[in-house]
Design a protein around this ligand. Sequence first.
Ligand code: ADP
Ligand code: ADP
Ligand code: ZN
Ligand code: ZN
Length: 748
Amino acid sequence: MDDSIEITGARVNNLKNVSLRIPKNHLVVFTGVSGSGKSSIVFDTIAAEAQRQLNETYTAFIRNRLPSYDKPDVETIDHLSATIVVDQKPVGGNARSTVGTMTDIMPILRILFSRYGTPSAGYSFAYSFNDPAGMCPGCDGLGRAVRLDIDALIDDERSLDDGAIRFPLFGVGTWQWQIYARSGTFDPAKPVRDYTPAERDLLLHGSGFTVDVHGKNGTLNKVDYEGVADRFTRLYLRRDTSTLSERTRRAVADLITEGVCPQCHGARLNQAALATRIGPHTIADHAAMEITDLITVLDGLHNPVADAAARALRRLDDIGLGYLTLDRETSTVSGGEAQRLKTVRHLGSALTGMTYVFDEPSAGLHPSDVGRLNTLLRALRDKGNTVLVVEHDPDVIAIADHVIDLGPGAGTHGGQVVFQGDVAALTRADTPTGRALRHRVPLKTSPRRPTGRLTLSPATLHNLHQVALDLPTGVLTCITGVAGSGKSTLATRILPAQHPSVTVVDQSAPGTSARSSPASYLGILDPIRRLFARATGTPPALFSHNSDGACPRCEGRGLIHTDLAFMDPITTVCEMCAGTRYRPEALTHRLRGHSIADVLALTAEQAAAFFTEPAVTARVHALLDVGLGYLTLGQPTSTLSGGELQRMKLAAELHRTGAIHVLDEPTTGLHLSDVQTLIALLDRLVDGGNTVIVIEHHLDVVKRADWVIDLGPGGGKHGGRVLFQGPPQDLVSAPGSITGAHLKAALG
Ligand code: ADP
Ligand code: ADP
Ligand code: ZN
Ligand code: ZN
């Protein structure tokens, strides 16, 4: 039976010994409430095993240089084909990656300009900003020039021993610091302001001699001296920063200032490349046009190379990305846009017999664009591939050849296959998904009355021009519109800039360290530590893995992180504390039979039953209220999805009153039944005296809003206008609003 992927005995995360047969060459949708185990089966079992099997095929030499994948906890997986994960992870912070480079459309335009442009600068590499032949010499093709800010790097008031060098990787005691402070080159106790000009120059830019520096094991090494400014520039500014750790990148960012390159004015190319034109346009002009406009220009050239480029661009337009420009850096596109870009790239490839895995591809898509997404998913299948999709959107579920429904609940209440079959049977099934698909949410007919209004004065940013409007306060407002119409620009950029009291609850990771967890983020840890201290007669700090309780080996990280100078860091679980982060002594003290590590391993739901103390239970209940009862208190926030992070941040806001909250697509990752819970929560926030503004496509949320602002009509420069403002009841009949038309259809 090699026409299906066969899994037996999967026990990854919450999976309860799942055995499953997945038909190949079909479009298979995985459904179930958040935390039911969809990702555990699709990503952590199937995709992880496929990747591991692929790695096994490499020679030991290459294998040792790849990240190692543990075998997932599953008895057998048979008939697995090569698997490609198309997820919503950002496509990378690399400044050399643009929409044009990642979709392989820039190479076609380069051929076009090298063959048909006048005067030609040479072959096609002469038009590549990633090739020395084409890049602007002023910025190495980045379009921006960065400069080290010496005043930020060096604290003149301090000596080397006091930390005059403010870059942590060159901090006091580091090996790099020794080059300056322990080589006899400078007086390490003298404040830098007292250096002679020559000494200062030596510190910053000196070179041409060697110094002795002690290695870790006491050996004496000869090192070529290099001034601290030059060393910093070479190690951190002249290289691709995407390979640096997040922490290092942030530290580097603190020391540099950045602006548009004065030589190419951001066009990234050298003079010769920018002198070449086809008609009135340079290649940089093409890259700066919206894709829909570029298609028109290329069609007008009646040239085979231009036609090839236009064909590739149409695939982007077809998936609703026609408002992007090819020069847009991929680091600035949203998760949903990133996933659609990756999809287009795979559609263009000739591979068949693959397994493609998608994580909620409808995220960020207006109902009117979901149809186009469906066309793409079907096209992938029809090329002879197996397409596995984790999805909540009924319109995507509707096109499945086969549905696998996980549940029934989240965490320990889930982890089982509760339904498997076709869509018609699913809509009759007695599972949370089946029931939710049958349930119709009614349109709100008596909206709340606003308590006041927030006035936005005329503002211009991205595609919004002089947009001015009033937002009602004390109600639930929903901002709708197709992707790229300007919703985020309005609600997360312009509004907070004019009204600083606005809090944007988005899906980004909170700016905290790897040590943070739901418990620390919500401030539950402190009261728990005090409870342990009171019960055991020991100081609270003993129960902190950031303080006295820290495992001495890993310093409370639970992981050992080895930073290798020029390679990716290696991370392993700490052997001394087995990843618990605590020193052995801290774990001997117990509260009602539980050690502090046991408590952090409780899910929020279990913690709600374990604790009776109000200081803890109020905040634990906030996690249950936002539908995160299945998370453990100590789960590192780095393992949470964007939607989960957003709901965790929301949990921290629940106690406020008089606040103005902006939420960007809070239904991401939510099952239809969880959407009802979310709406109830938003209602509670509003009834508690807050103003809630959501950017949302989910029609159930639109139906339950008090006020709707619809932007559009299209994306990019075809959008940015306010098409409708009013209660949802009136949106249904609003002329020219696609959202209104879809809402009407959903009521049908
Ligand atoms: P879904 O994709 O259906 O939302 P998941 O497969 O992500 O659900 O999660 C299923 C369960 O496994 C949840 O209880 C979740 O908290 C848990 N889980 C997921 N990833 C991890 C992890 N890396 N470590 C520990 N538990 C995890
Ligand atoms: P929505 O939230 O409705 O999807 P956005 O507000 O994200 O729309 O985008 C509106 C327009 O602004 C689009 O043309 C988009 O490409 C552009 N845009 C958004 N963010 C940026 C950015 N960081 N840099 C340049 N253009 C941007
Ligand atoms: Zn330049
Ligand atoms: Zn440890």
